[in-house]
Write a protein that binds this ligand. Structure first.
Ligand SMILES: [Zn+2]
Length: 407
């Protein structure tokens, strides 16, 4: 296999998590009687451009099924993040009723609804039927397609180039990152701005966030590599911000190469941080597996220990990262009988691979577990706040990444 960005043959493995079903392939009761598809989950690193990427294995359309269950609006913290972003962009870019905002992978309209409320024309591009249907009901125009160079050119031909193109947690998910970036270039008005948010590879490495690895996530991105990918497409990064979302993300700001805006100091500052963290050294990548295995072993130790003591452990948050962790650790319902999740679309379904049942959060009050393992550690503060009542029977919250810790 060759690097998806620069074409160099990939000879180094960053992380091998064995085989796993797609992290968002939640199962119904009837599915439990059928065979389940497992794909290799192996991550390679390119020693030329340092793009960290999944090994080829399956078609994107197999992973994003029409009933894809992730609705952005179920996290209140994420909604507030989106509202703040919209407010800042409207102000800083002077967006008004003559502007055009496009969001790629607009999900259920959690972001664009803020622009609609401000009277700014927008377009959501979202291939998943269930989420784009929800966005349509909020009055957001939708294109139910995958984004790429062809669609970017089509939008340009129809006079729908954008003043602002937003892409939150989509850049790492596209199989052909060059084609996608060319699409951004084609759909961007002269003088327009692109912002992309993606989990920062530097944080993944620093904090052993190996559970953020899953099949739908084709790339693990550093600023260093994204600058290079943008340049090749005729785009330039002129600003970057570090965000606390998803365990540490970057928001990069792009424009056409010829744009008059100068590049801000933030770009150089974060490039230096990455270099200090060893992101352009092969050793950094080759030593990661050992750290991931330690996290997995500590979680297993804890669960087996509690089981022996007769304590009850439940989990909270049927997130994709939880599936990666549980499947790599081989945890099943004997050690973890149920997972609670506030998203009704996931309730009464089963976690892929582990087949642990997903319940409504009120089951906690009935079952009174001694420990609640929070799988989406990035929203642990929110989860603790909303479920503080477990303290009434002495229940405690635990997270497993980057190390096993009581909350
Ligand atoms: Zn490469």
């Amino acid at each position: 296999m060759n690097c998806r960005y620069c074409g160099t043959p990939l000879s180094y493995t960053f992380l091998d998590l064995g085989f796993a079903p797609p992290s968002n392939a939640y199962l119904t009761k009837a599915d439990l009687a059928k065979p389940e598809k497992y794909y290799p989950l192996k991550i390679k690193v390119c020693n030329q451009c340092w793009l960290v990427q999944t090994e080829d294995y399956a078609q994107a359309d197999e992973l994003f099924s029409p009933d894809y269950a992730y609705f952005s609006s179920t996290s209140s913290g994420w909604l507030a993040h989106a509202a703040r972003y919209a407010e800042t962009m409207i102000r800083d870019l002077s967006l008004d009723q003559n502007s055009m905002v496009i969001e790629v992978a607009s999900n259920d309209g959690y972001l664009l609804k803020n622009f609609v409320a401000a009277g700014i024309p927008c377009l959501g591009i979202e291939p998943t039927y269930s989420t784009s249907k929800a966005a349509e009901q909020l009055g957001i125009p939708q294109l139910r397609q995958f984004f790429g160079h062809k669609l970017g050119q089509q939008l340009a031909a129809e006079g729908k180039q954008a003043d602002l193109i937003a892409g939150n947690n989509v850049y790492a998910h596209v199989p052909d990152i060059n084609d996608f970036t060319q699409g951004l270039k084609a759909a961007l008005k002269s003088g327009g701005t692109i912002t992309l948010e993606f989990p920062h590879l530097m944080q993944l490495i620093k904090h052993t966030q190996f559970d953020t690895v899953y099949h739908e996530h084709f790339s693990y991105l550093s600023l260093f590599t994204v600058i290079s990918i943008f340049e090749k497409a005729g785009l330039r990064l002129w600003k970057v911000e570090e965000l606390p979302t998803h365990g540490g993300s970057l928001r990069v700001y792009g424009c056409h190469t010829t744009d008059s805006r100068s590049t801000e100091g933030s770009v150089e500052a974060i490039l230096q941080k990455e270099q200090k963290c060893g992101l352009q050294k092969l050793d950094t990548y080759l030593s990661f597996q050992l750290k991931a295995d330690q996290v997995k072993n500590n979680l297993l130790d804890f669960l087996i220990d509690q089981r022996r003591k007769g304590k009850k452990v439940a989990a909270y948050g049927a997130a994709a990262k939880g599936n990666t962790l549980l499947n790599y650790a081989g945890v099943k319902s004997d050690l973890l009988p149920f997972v609670c999740d506030a998203a009704t679309a996931k309730q009464d379904k089963y976690m892929p691979g582990s087949h642990i049942v997903i319940c409504a959060p009120d089951v906690l009050a009935r079952e009174k577990p001694d420990f609640v393992l929070i799988l989406p550690w990035n929203i642990s503060e929110e989860v603790v706040k909303q479920n503080k009542f477990i303290e009434r029977w002495g229940g405690k919250f635990v997270t497993a990444v980057p190390e096993l810790e009581l909350q």
